[in-house]
Design a protein around this ligand. Structure first.
Ligand code: GLY
Length: 415
C-alpha cells in the first residue's frame, strides 16, 4: 500500500512511525513533514492547503490511503474532495468536522443529547459579552473563541478585569482572527482532565487507551495554555469505575447523538473530559488525533494501524478488537523558549544520535544532515516502562543528552 499523511507535527511523526510497522505498507509520503519524518517518509513538494493539488498527487501516485492529521485540513474539506473522487481517506468530512470548528455547535449538541458539560452563555458581540460580565461574579471564568485558534483560543480569567480584557482581545483586537466573531463564556470546572480518543465509523465507537495531557506552559499547570507540553498513558488519575461512568454518561450518548444527527462521523473523535466531584463533564471535542496524546497512545497499540484505518473508512469497526500493551508511555515536549508566544527558529539541535528512546519530531527541519528548530514545540521525547515511574525516568534521562539554544521543557510531566 502507498500511504500519504498530511501534517507536520509530533502526532504525524508518531502516526508515520506506526504506519511504517505495517507489513502492508511499502511507501509513505508526508506533506509538509518535518526533519524527523524525512527518515521514514518521502516529502514531496506539495501544498497541503490546496485540495486540488493534493487530489492530483493522490491520482498521479496511486495513493491507496490518505491520513489527515490537523483539523485545519479537515475543516478545509480535503476528505470530501478525495472521497468523492473515489479515494480512501481517514478523517471526518467537512460537515462532521464542525465539532472542532465551532465550540458553540458542540455545546448545543451536548445539551441536546443530555451529555454533561459546563454551564455557558454564547455571544456574538463584545458589547453583549461585556454587559453579561458586569453582573457576573463566579470567577475564575473561561472565555472560548468560537473557531480554529491552534489550541490557543481558550482563556482562563481569574478576575472580571481579565475577562473583560480577554473579550476585547478576541472580539475587538481579533487576536485569533476569524475565530472570535462569536465567543462562549463558560463556568470554570475543577477536577482531573482526561483525554479520551475514540475511533468512530459512523455506527460504532471504540475508545483507545486513556492519556493525560499537560496543557500549561509552566510546571504545576501554571501559565499560558499550549498545544500540550507532555503526556502520559495510561492516565494515572482514572479508575476502572470512572472509565465505566465516562462510557455510560458520555461516550454512549455521544455515539447515539451522532447517529441521530446522521453525521456519518468517521475518523477520530477526541473527547476532552474533566472529572469533577459531580462526575465527568465534556470540555471540548477535537475531530482528529491529539498531539501529544498520539505520541503516547500509538506505542501501546498492538494492531496494524492500517487495519483500523480501513475499518473506520469502510464502516466495519465492529469487526476490530484493539489490543494494547500493558506498559506505560511518557512523552516530554522540548519547546523553544518563548512558546506559546514569540520564539526563535533555526537553532541547531545536538545530541539526537544514539538516543535511547523514540524521538518524535515536531517543529524541526533538516538541512545538510543537521537538524534545526523550526517551531514552538520542537521534539517529543518518548519512552516506555513497566510502570509510570519507569517511563518518566526513562524519558527524562534521554533529555540530558539533547541540546539546542533556548530549549525549554516542564520537569513535572507524569508526576
Ligand atoms: N493535546 C490537545 C490537542 O491535541 O488538542
Amino acid at each position: 500500500m502507498k500511504v500519504l499523511v498530511l501534517g507536520s507535527g509530533g502526532r504525524e511523526h508518531a502516526l508515520i512511525w506506526k504506519i511504517s510497522q505495517s507489513s502492508k505498507v511499502n511507501k509513505i509520503y508526508c506533506v509538509p513533514g518535518n526533519g524527523g519524518i524525512k527518515e521514514l517518509a518521502e516529502i514531496p513538494i506539495l501544498n497541503p492547503n490546496d485540495n486540488i493539488e493534493v487530489l492530483s498527487f493522490v491520482k498521479e501516485n496511486n495513493i491507496d490511503l490518505t491520513i489527515v492529521g490537523p483539523e485545519a485540513y479537515l475543516v478545509n474539506g480535503i476528505v470530501d474532495i478525495l472521497e468523492d473522487a473515489g479515494y480512501k481517506v481517514f478523517g471526518p468530512r467537512k460537515n462532521a468536522s464542525i465539532f472542532e470548528e465551532s465550540k458553540i455547535f458542540t455545546k448545543e449538541f451536548l445539551i441536546k443529547y443530555n451529555i454533561p458539560t459546563g454551564d455557558y452563555a454564547k455571544f456574538n458581540s463584545s458589547q453583549s459579552a461585556l454587559q453579561y460580565l458586569e453582573s457576573y461574579s463566579n470567577f475564575p471564568v473561561v472565555i472560548k473563541a468560537d473557531g480554529l485558534a491552534g489550541g490557543k483560543g481558550v482563556i482562563i480569567c481569574k478576575t472580571k478585569l481579565d475577562a473583560q480584557n480577554a473579550v476585547k482581545d478576541i472580539m475587538v483586537s481579533h487576536k485569533f482572527g476569524k475565530a472570535g466573531q462569536n465567543i462562549i463564556i463558560e463556568e470554570f470546572l475543577i477536577g482531573n482532565e482526561i483525554s479520551i480518543l475514540t475511533f468512530v465509523d459512523g455506527k460504532t465507537m471504540i475508545p483507545m487507551v486513556l492519556a493525560k495531557d499537560y496543557k500549561k506552559i509552566g510546571n504545576g499547570e501554571t501559565g499560558l495554555n499550549t498545544g500540550g507540553m507532555g503526556c502520559i498513558s495510561p492516565n494515572p488519575n482514572v479508575t476502572v469505575d470512572m472509565e465505566t461512568v465516562c462510557q455510560n454518561e458520555i461516550l454512549d450518548p455521544i455515539m447515539n447523538g451522532l447517529i441521530s444527527e446522521k453525521m456519518d462521523f468517521r475518523g477520530v473523535l477526541f473527547i476532552g473530559i474533566i472529572y469533577t466531584k459531580k462526575g465527568p463533564k465534556v470540555l471540548e471535542f477535537n475531530v482528529r488525533f491529539g498531539d501529544p496524546e498520539t505520541q503516547v497512545i500509538l506505542p501501546r497499540l498492538k494492531n496494524d494501524i492500517t487495519d483500523v484505518f480501513l475499518a473506520v473508512i469502510n464502516r466495519d469497526l465492529k469487526n476490530i478488537k484493539l489490543n494494547w500493551y500493558e506498559n506505560s508511555v511518557c512523552t516530554i515536549v522540548l519547546a523553544s523558549d518563548g512558546y506559546p508566544e514569540n520564539y526563535k527558529k533555526g537553532n541547531e539541535i545536538n545530541g539526537l544520535n544514539n538516543c535511547k528512546s523514540i524521538v518524535f519530531h515536531a517543529g524541526t527541519k533538516s538541512e545538510n544532515d543537521k537538524i534545526f528548530t523550526n517551531g514552538g514545540r520542537v521534539l517529543n521525547i518518548t519512552a516506555e516502562g513497566d510502570n509510570h515511574k519507569e517511563a518518566i525516568k526513562n524519558a527524562y534521562s534521554v533529555i540530558e543528552n539533547i541540546h539546542f539554544e533556548g530549549m525549554y521543557f516542564r520537569n513535572d510531566i507524569g508526576k
